[in-house]
Design a protein around this ligand. Structure first.
Ligand SMILES: Cc1cc2nc3c(=O)[nH]c(=O)nc-3n(C[C@H](O)[C@H](O)[C@H](O)COP(=O)(O)OP(=O)(O)OC[C@H]3O[C@@H](n4cnc5c(N)ncnc54)[C@H](O)[C@@H]3O)c2cc1C
Length: 303
């Protein structure tokens, strides 16, 4: 697997070897990530191109202060937790991140639904796409789930796994061979790139720059680093979580506590919980909740 070409790696090494003096806020944890590519799936990556702000910038905006806005690390962490707990979101919008992401087209289709970001994608009208397709690892080749229409069940085994893998590989390669032959521009016979690309499968890789503020990034991560998200986008979200943890440790800690690990309870759930704590036996039938809601409620309270 070649993640980056030697030329691309050289460019990154050069950028990383040329630190600049700046008066701007710098997050030391994020400086470690800057420019480097973090591998995701078989040919994909996420890398930080730029960022603005740090934990102190969130507090500075919340306090609308003249200076750094920092009282003490402990005070700041407390304020950030307060803001997160009470959905006071605009101070988090003061931090921004710009990522370069390489991802399969079917993952990009899910990702692009998050409208509160700025995107610029590699042009397959202008450039020729590389022969790079996402082929799942054997343990990600699973059958349709029998309990969840939007999910996976058992991992495929033996001959069935081999059969499916072979189809994925040969179809991808055949489609790419035809793509290449259609765009061959011998004389005037070749088809335009913008048309030839239409027979390429959705597991081909694309790339984009994606810029988003921290509030909307947390919203993205809450949905996509979640167990309900498809594995192939979840691994990107998890890679980004690691970067954000190093960038804004206090904000990420609050996000992990209140959003990723937290749960939202309906008024009915709160009522049931109060009855349970008072020692009253409560069942789904007299809870006022549907079977699905009750199942989810029981999972939250660990029954
Ligand atoms: C597990 C999972 C399954 C999904 N399944 C499907 C599916 O089957 N089919 C499908 O089509 N999508 C599906 N989605 C996509 C989902 O419905 C959202 O489109 C996606 O998660 C983006 O969320 P968002 O709109 O909140 O994000 P963003 O676009 O980033 O918006 C953030 C918030 O800004 C506000 N906002 C942004 N733009 C507007 C606007 N134009 N008008 C009003 N408010 C706006 C909203 O409050 C929104 O919540 C799924 C998502 C997940 C996580």
């Amino acid at each position: 697997m070649m993640l980056l070409t030697p030329e691309q790696q050289e460019e990154i090494d050069q950028l990383r070897s040329n630190p600049q003096l700046t008066l701007r806020a710098v997050a030391p944890g994020m400086e470690e990530h800057l420019y480097s590519a973090k591998p995701v799936l078989d040919h994909g990556f996420v890398r930080v191109i730029d960022y603005m702000g740090d934990d102190a910038a969130i507090c500075q905006a919340a306090r609308v202060s003249y200076g750094k806005g920092t009282k003490s690390v402990q005070n700041d962490a407390g304020l950030i937790r307060y803001l997160m707990r009470h959905w006071h979101s605009t101070p988090f919008e003061m931090c921004e991140i710009k990522l370069h992401v390489k991802l399969p087209v079917f993952v990009a289709r899910q990702w692009i639904r998050h409208r509160t970001a700025n995107v610029n994608e590699y042009s397959a009208r202008y450039s020729i796409l590389d022969r790079e397709f996402y082929i799942p690892e054997p343990d990600s080749l699973a059958a349709q789930s029998v309990v969840n229409n939007q999910g996976r069940g058992q991992v495929l085994q033996g001959a069935e796994a081999a059969r499916v893998l072979e189809i994925l590989k040969s179809d991808s390669n055949r489609a790419y061979d035809n793509y290449e032959s259609m765009i061959s521009d011998d004389g005037q016979d070749g088809l335009a790139r913008e048309l030839a690309r239409m027979n390429l499968p959705a597991n081909i890789y694309t790339q984009w720059y994606w810029k988003v503020d921290l509030h909307n990034l947390f919203h993205f991560l809450r949905l996509r680093a979640d167990s309900h998200a498809q594995y192939e986008i979840r691994v990107y979200a998890e890679a980004i979580c690691e970067m954000v943890r190093d960038w804004v440790p206090a904000a990420y800690g609050a996000f992990e506590d209140y959003r990723l690990g937290g749960a939202v309870l309906s008024a009915k759930s709160v009522e049931c919980l109060k009855r349970m704590l008072a020692g009253e036996p409560v069942t789904q039938e007299d809870s006022g909740m549907s079977k699905g809601e009750w199942r989810e409620f029981e999972a939250v309270i660990g029954r």
